[in-house]
Write a protein that binds this ligand. Structure first.
Ligand SMILES: O=c1[nH]cnc2c1ncn2[C@@H]1O[C@H](COP(=O)(O)OP(=O)(O)O)[C@@H](O)[C@H]1O
Ligand SMILES: [Ca+2]
Length: 452
């Protein structure tokens, strides 16, 4: 008994040292491994995209089958207010040659994450479904070195903080259980300026304007469901000097510094603007919402962020367009900052600008096209007039076109201003996702430089 006890005491003495020591050694090996894996992945991926941005090559679309070609991927989730989308970017690099972005796989699901604010568990199904697309697309041996990131925009910005954090935590758990490379910041709400800047990076990269000395950059207009962004590179000093605080942002990427005019208007996305024009409150469907933008006899329902609102038209003798534009002008009054310079720059417009223009036949639904502010105005007047006589399939078409027309004018665009509308450029979605992937990889590289 004593022996046993002594032995047992002896063991306890040994284990007092051995266990912590063993634990420490295991921990050390684990930390060293994680650090090595992270550094290895970021260094490889960054070295590719750094040159990809600097020198986007002509072989952009070529699918090379050269055996010495390295292939890398990046996954970006766009958790938008109306839907969640996955962008899987594929990069290739032949040793010592310029690496290229060769392919994007894109899939979108509705509704947006914010629709699950009161039932967080339900949000995981869609995320899993999109992750399965990534698993199908990315070769198995590259899963663990492929960064996986989700950035949420207006839908989550508009939710109470606690609800938004619960949703993000749920997604974080799903991501951490996935086989991809996830960092501490893999899931977040992106700020509006980053959203605009990232979309600006995308469009200037895809149009070949980034890091090409002497080339002009293009401005970017994005109209989402919850927020809208305008971003451009000012050429005249007066824009930089006269813009309010928060509108000019400096950022560094791939060894260049840019000073951009960029602003995101939360609540001025098309769906949020609809609710404001109707005089409604997010999540409160208790009263019928009456609007001069619907025909007088109209009665219907509108589902927005998983809530159904009762909607109807006004009983008046006036013309719809005049009444509607008056109401929309009230909503936009003093909300938007005007700049003179936008008149003289080329702009690309995405998202609902595109969808609306395509819906009324101003541009081709597949190829996109160019149009003026006035084209939106003419279309608005036409559909509002038509609606007075014949009810339309989409009761919001008069309101939406009127809103877009007036919003563009509020930004300072003259009616004759021509815009390019594109859903894709060179087969890549014109969204903030690509720019944010570059930006994310850039930050990983900075972390990695600090580590080494
Ligand atoms: O990657 C994309 N490709 C094409 N259209 C997109 C993409 N991302 C968003 N959209 C468009 O954006 C609009 C909805 O905005 P979203 O849901 O992103 O709201 P938010 O940006 O205000 O959060 C729709 O017109 C949708 O078609
Ligand atoms: Ca968006």
């Amino acid at each position: 008994m004593r022996k046993t006890l002594r032995n047992s005491n002896g063991n306890m003495k040994i284990s007092k040292i051995a266990y912590p020591l063993g634990l420490f050694v295991c921990l050390f090996i684990y930390v060293a491994y994680v650090k090595w894996r992270w550094a290895f992945a970021t260094q490889r991926i960054f070295s590719i995209t750094e040159t990809a941005v600097g020198t986007r090559s002509q072989q952009y679309h070529e699918k090379s089958v050269a055996t010495n070609q390295a292939i890398f991927y990046g996954i970006m989730f766009d958790a938008g207010s109306t839907g969640t989308r996955i962008h899987i970017f594929k990069f290739t690099q032949t040793s010592k040659e310029t690496p290229t972005l060769t392919h994007e796989t894109f899939k979108a699901l509705k509704p947006g994450l914010s629709a699950y604010a009161d039932d967080v568990e339900k949000s995981t199904q869609g995320i899993q479904e999109l992750l399965n697309v990534a698993k199908e697309e990315i070769p198995f041996d590259l899963w663990k070195v492929t960064p996986l990131v989700l950035k949420a925009t207006a839908g989550l910005r508009l939710l109470p903080g606690e609800k938004a954090q619960k949703l993000l935590q749920k997604v974080r758990e799903v991501f951490q259980a996935s086989p991809f490379l996830v960092g501490d910041d893999c899931v977040s709400i992106m700020n509006g300026t980053d959203e605009g800047v990232s979309a600006w990076i995308t469009v200037n990269f895809l149009t070949g304007n980034l890091n090409t000395p002497g080339k002009n950059s293009v401005g970017m207009l994005d109209l989402g469901g919850g927020s809208t962004q305008i971003t451009f590179l000012p050429k005249i000093e007066v824009t930089l000097q006269t813009s309010p605080a928060g509108y000019i942002t400096s950022f560094q990427m791939f060894n260049s510094t840019y000073k951009l005019y960029s602003y995101s208007y939360l609540g001025l996305g098309l769906m949020s603007a609809r609710l404001a024009i109707l005089g409604g409150v997010e999540g409160k469907p208790d009263k019928e919402l009456v609007s001069p933008c619907f025909p007088p006899s109209f009665k219907g329902e509108w589902e927005h962020a998983e809530i159904t609102y009762q909607i109807s038209g006004y009983q008046t003798g006036d013309h719809l367009y005049e009444l509607c534009s008056k109401k929309v002008s009230e909503i936009l009054h003093n909300k938007v900052h005007k700049t003179e310079e936008v008149k003289n720059l080329d702009f690309y417009a995405f998202s609902y600008y595109y969808d609306l223009a395509a819906k009324v036949g101003l541009i081709d639904n597949e190829k996109g096209g160019s149009l003026t502010v006035e084209d939106f105005e003419i279309a608005a007047k036409y559909v509002c007039r038509t609606m007075e006589i014949n009810p339309q399939e989409n009761p919001f078409i008069c309101m939406d076109l009127t809103y877009i027309n007036l919003l563009l004018q509020e930004f300072g665009f003259p009616k004759t201003k021509v815009f390019k509308l594109a859903r894709k450029i060179d087969d890549v979605e014109t969204s903030w996702a690509l720019g944010a992937t570059f930006h994310y990889i850039d930050s990983l590289n900075r972390q990695q430089n600090k580590v080494s």
